[in-house]
Design a binder for this molecule. Structure first.
Ligand code: IPM
Ligand code: MG
Length: 358
């Protein structure tokens, strides 16, 4: 089969990790007889430098015309002082919204080989971590009304959290469908003791839950969830939550699996065209030094094969290669811990993954 993939390499370590995922996709293509056509587009800080805007129209059009989008990371200190609507992060939010990618799937699992990298106590680690965070991605406070005005104590700034029944229903369905393929358990995370938007969220989740009597559903307040994630992460399987809570809790879950450099994500909407990206950022401190961990981006490419192209065996082939790389004791700097192992560079790790794909 043939597929068109838009590449948004972005900033910082973005180009290095995307190059790594491209090499892996090409190897999978050779092995299974598929052709992937890659077209790069500007997004983020590099787009600001070249065109003055973080998300040029050409990039949006290119993404829409592709079968899927692979993104590295955007942002960096160089662009940190720009006004909100011109920041590199606008590119990400813009693609999510332009392509209607309302579902963000962020699996977090602790690899047996990386138990020593988990910062939690041994008995907690032994119970394992294997959860999927389903984060709402095109609504909530990220896209609500915002602004500045004059208040009683001087200038004020505000952002609004707003969710509609339709938005909650569709993300809840994704969570319940996902749970049906896993251990049939959904935890919905909100702040219903304070926020009206969370009370609506909870009502709608309960209505949808009634359509899935085979799936157990429970609610958890977000502050408690932040605590439970480090106290007993094994209790979670499918987690569904709002845009901002999902942003925060997915970083927390990544750390308990050892490193944010390991976690992939898929952003999906109604069409097959999704956007795939690591959950980490552009890591400007190590950019251009060939030190980044490419695993999160390579695993994101595996998710692309699974969700956008229905290539399950090909996706598993990549995931198995990552399992073996880690089981063989190979480490990049972020996961080397105190193993005493010499950390691999980004390209060396890529080569090690490729060697396990052929
Ligand atoms: C993420 C990132 C983004 C987000 C930023 C870079 C806009 O943190 O994908 O988790 O907040 O969604
Ligand atoms: Mg984030």
């Amino acid at each position: 089969m043939e597929f068109q993939i838009a590449l948004l390499k972005g900033d910082g370590i973005g180009p290095e990790i995307v190059d790594s995922a491209v090499a892996v996709l090409e190897a999978v293509g050779r092995k299974f007889g598929h052709t992937f056509h890659f077209t790069p587009y500007l997004a983020g800080g590099c787009a600001i430098d070249a065109t003055g805007v973080p998300l040029p129209d050409e990039t949006v059009a290119g993404c829409k015309a592709s079968d899927s989008v692979l993104l590295g990371a955007v942002g960096g200190p160089k662009w940190d002082t720009l006004p909100g609507n011109l920041r590199p992060e606008r590119a990400l939010l813009g693609v999510r919204s332009a392509l209607g990618l309302y579902t963000n799937i962020r699996p977090a699992k602790l690899y047996p080989a990386l138990k020593s990298e988990c910062p939690l106590r041994g008995d907690i680690v032994d119970r394992g971590v294997d959860l999927v965070m389903i984060r709402e991605l095109t609504g909530g406070i990220y896209f609500g009304e915002r602004g500045r005005r004059t208040g009683k104590m001087g200038e004020e700034a505000y952002d609004t959290e707003c969710y509609s029944v339709g938005e909650v229903e569709r993300i809840a369905r994704v969570a319940f469908e996902t749970a049906r393929k896993r251990s049939k358990k959904v935890t919905s995370i909100d702040k219903a003791n304070v926020l009206e938007s969370s009370r609506l969220w909870r009502e709608v989740v309960h209505r949808v839950a009634a359509e899935y009597p085979d799936v157990a559903c429970s609610d958890m307040l977000v502050d408690n969830a932040a605590m439970q994630l480090v106290k007993n992460p094994a209790q979670f399987d499918v987690v569904v939550t709002s845009n901002m809570f999902g942003d925060i809790l997915s970083d927390e879950s990544s750390q308990i699996t050892g490193s944010i450099g390991l976690l992939p994500s898929a952003s999906l909407g109604e069409s097959k065209c999704g956007m795939y990206e690591p959950i980490h950022g552009s890591a400007p401190d190590i950019a251009g030094q060939n030190k980044a961990n490419p695993i999160a981006t390579v695993l994101s490419a595996a998710m692309m094969l699974r969700y956008s192209f229905d290539l399950e065996a090909e996706a598993r082939c990549i995931e198995d290669a990552i399992d073996r790389v880690l089981a063989d004791g190979l480490r990049t700097a972020d996961i080397v811990g105190n193993t005493g192992v010499k950390p691999l560079s980004c390209t060396e790790m890529t080569d090690a993954i490729l060697a396990r794909i052929q």
